[in-house]
Ligand binder design. Structure first.
Ligand code: AMP
Length: 189
């Protein structure tokens, strides 16, 4: 049973690692970015609300995001645990996550921070843009997403470190090596 949040700048490999770690621990990987993108493609009201923020590299408003996560955590498959990829993204969301978990009478086991330097992540995202064609993988939007990460999301590492939950792992190098590094760091605590 694992309840995990995954932190790290855009392009650090969170999505890739989230899928592998979730498989390892037999829990669902919940990516708020993926859920938003599916809603944008599906033309749902949620997608319509989120799209302009995503296209600009800004955070979707907390009311919208928090309600979406709250619904997802109510699904039966999270009883075995979960890995949140891309939530929380600011201190207000972290406080809201605490409230959701308290209602479910569960606690987090770890906050994993995947680290990567800014030049490397920009290069990775631009490479991904060629393959996936994400609307927000443009150099100007990438710069804004990195700025938002540094300003709003990075402070969460100190928040979770203060609770003794932070596990840092270097996100550079081969995908398999990074996965093994994270597993060793989390399971070896
Ligand atoms: P990601 O796939 O995690 O890089 O997320 C893509 C975009 O979705 C972000 O740039 C935001 O616009 C939006 N998004 C994803 N997660 C959140 C969140 N927790 N809070 C607000 N916006 C989010």
């Amino acid at each position: 049973m694992m309840r995990i949040v995954l932190l790290g700048p855009p392009g650090a490999g969170k999505g890739t690692q989230a899928i592998r770690l979730a498989e390892r621990w037999g829990i669902p990987a919940i990516s708020t970015g993926d859920i938003f993108r599916a809603n944008v493609s599906g033309g749902t009201p949620l997608g319509e609300q989120a799209k302009r923020y995503m296209d600009a590299g800004e955070l979707v408003p907390d009311e919208v995001t928090n309600a979406m996560v709250r619904n997802r955590l109510d699904d039966a498959d999270t009883a075995a645990g979960f890995l949140l990829d891309g939530f929380p993204r600011n201190p207000e969301q972290a406080v809201e996550l605490d409230a959701m978990l308290a209602e479910l009478a569960v606690t987090l086991d770890a906050a994993i921070e995947i680290t990567a330097d800014a030049d490397a992540v920009t290069e990775r995202i631009l490479k991904r843009a060629e393959i996936e064609g994400r609307a927000d993988d443009r150099e100007d939007v990438i710069r804004e997403r990195l700025r938002v990460y540094a300003e709003k999301t990075a402070p969460l590492t100190a928040f979770y470190e203060g609770r003794g939950l932070l596990v840092r792992a270097d996100g550079m190098g081969a995908i398999d090596d990074v996965t093994e590094r994270i597993i060793a760091a989390v399971e070896g605590r």
